[in-house]
Design a protein around this ligand. Sequence first.
Ligand SMILES: Nc1ncnc2c1ncn2[C@@H]1O[C@H](COP(=O)(O)OP(=O)(O)O)[C@@H](O)[C@H]1O
Ligand SMILES: [Mg+2]
Length: 272
Amino acid sequence: MARSDDDRFLSSPGERAFRPMLRAGQRFARDAAQRPILIFEEVFKSYRSGKPVLRGVNLLIERGEFVFITGPSGAGKSTLLRLLYRSETVDDGRILFLGRDVARLTAESVPFLRRNLGVVFQDFKLVTAWTVFENVAIALEVLGLPTRLIRARVGEALERVGLAGRGDDTAGVLSGGEQQRVAVARAIGGEPALILADEPTGNLDPQLAIDILGLFEEINDAGTTVLFGTHDRSLLEVRPRRIIVLDDGKATDVPSGISSESGEFYDNELPL
Ligand SMILES: Nc1ncnc2c1ncn2[C@@H]1O[C@H](COP(=O)(O)OP(=O)(O)O)[C@@H](O)[C@H]1O
Ligand SMILES: [Mg+2]
């Protein structure tokens, strides 16, 4: 199977040659810590002329937020996330992540994204023949971290996702829910500032979906900003959270947590 851009973001052997990254904080503006972690300014994206997917998206996300990105299938949720991890580039507008314009990063500075962003996909994207340990470690190897530190970080990440002691298991023998936990461990191993999840519960049954959502909530409680793309309306109702709806190429905040009082709210406001 051809490797997709998503796969390339995760790892590729050629990229092991990257020099070890500078520590976070040295590669972006000094005052970035005081600014919103993420700003979209009038972002436009189309794959085919005349059919724009995003038509002037404006978003402001503060450090430490947990944000759902939702909207109907085809609304552009995956596109928005891909622009952020640079698997796609904007046609127009700016995406400021940690004070730097992602759209205009040179190829050499794309590694800046890798150490500051963790990404989790619907289909886990594990190498099923590798061990759990190897699947998590690869993300740290491409950052050029020393082996001993990698071992410690992988152990810590596996513990955080509830898979302590499972490092030697072959990834392919784990259940779907466990495999997604491995993918989450891989995403958090580098201690990124921001985690992106694109339909991370899409392949899981409802109870497992809620468990995985809970895992992202724990990660958020520990300080990591989370952008969680999903079209699964039931997840939005688990707890009041910031919800951004993508529809008709625009992003709009909708109030959360009022669906139980007003059954009509989602019907009227959420185009799902
Ligand atoms: N690589 C691509 N080439 C052409 N069209 C694409 C591509 N990726 C997505 N699209 C189209 O862009 C629109 C938004 O897709 P997507 O971002 O995947 O939406 P969502 O994740 O909300 O379902 C859809 O109409 C889809 O068919
Ligand atoms: Mg999608």
